[in-house]
Design a protein around this ligand. Structure first.
Ligand SMILES: [Zn+2]
Length: 222
């Protein structure tokens, strides 16, 4: 997010922010029973990797794989095997935690975060009606058309608030980890650092607007 200001808009930023909310809820839930739940998390990921590999093999079927395909399959197999022997890896269908994200949020005491962050950003992530109707429709100006909606694809301005939100969720995630494991740091966090930078930016911007006002007044006086 920090390195790509062009994505700080209502179409792209929610994709990242929703994924970050997902990470926070998952971590908060894992931290309630770290050993067992982190193990499930890893095993589920390995199971998914194995499933993808099997799909790829099935797609190749009876024909000889190309050298690229062979390399890809071998690399994938050795990655899985390096963590756990492939034949031991179960393939689970469904979510890794075995419960929906909402339940995880309830159990991890962050249902507010689920309701106010995760769910609203899901609208954009899944291109749901309440996202696209707001962002990609406008009312037709012709009164004879009974105010129907017409499609549009407007340019959105860069909104630094999206950067702020991403930093806030990251801070929230780090804090949950630090709290659980009793980690105390004296140095200012990345979040503090960013906030100071954003404050400085808005001061500079404020000064510039003042200067612009002054110079336009001078022109008017002249
Ligand atoms: Zn019309």
């Amino acid at each position: 997010m920090a390195e790509n200001p062009l994505v700080w808009n209502g179409h792209i930023a929610p994709l990242i922010l929703r994924a970050m909310a997902d990470v926070y809820i998952s971590l908060a839930w894992v931290l309630k029973d770290p050993l067992e739940r982190s193990r499930n998390f890893v095993l589920y990921g390995l199971g998914q990797a194995k499933l993808q590999l099997e799909h790829r093999k099935a797609q190749i079927g009876d024909r000889d794989p190309t050298s690229e395909e062979k390399m890809m399959i071998e690399a994938s197999e050795s990655w899985i095997n390096s963590q756990r022997f492939a034949f031991l890896t179960e393939v689970n269908v469904g979510g890794w935690s075995g419960i929906p994200t909402r339940r995880m949020a309830e159990e991890a005491d962050c249902i507010d975060f689920y309701n106010y962050v995760y769910t609203p950003f899901s609208a954009c992530t899944h291109s749901m009606w309440h996202h696209i109707a707001r962002y990609n429709l406008r009312q037709c100006a012709n009164p004879l058309h009974q105010y129907h909606q017409v499609p549009e694809d407007p340019e959105f301005p860069i909104d630094p608030y999206n950067l702020y939100l991403s930093a806030k969720y990251l801070e929230k995630t780090f804090s949950a980890f630090d709290k659980k494991f009793g980690i105390k740091l004296d140095m200012p966090s990345a979040f503090d650092h960013l906030n100071k930078g954003l404050d400085r930016l808005s001061e500079i911007e404020g000064d510039e607007i003042d200067r612009m006002d002054e110079s336009s007044n001078m022109t008017e006086d002249a």
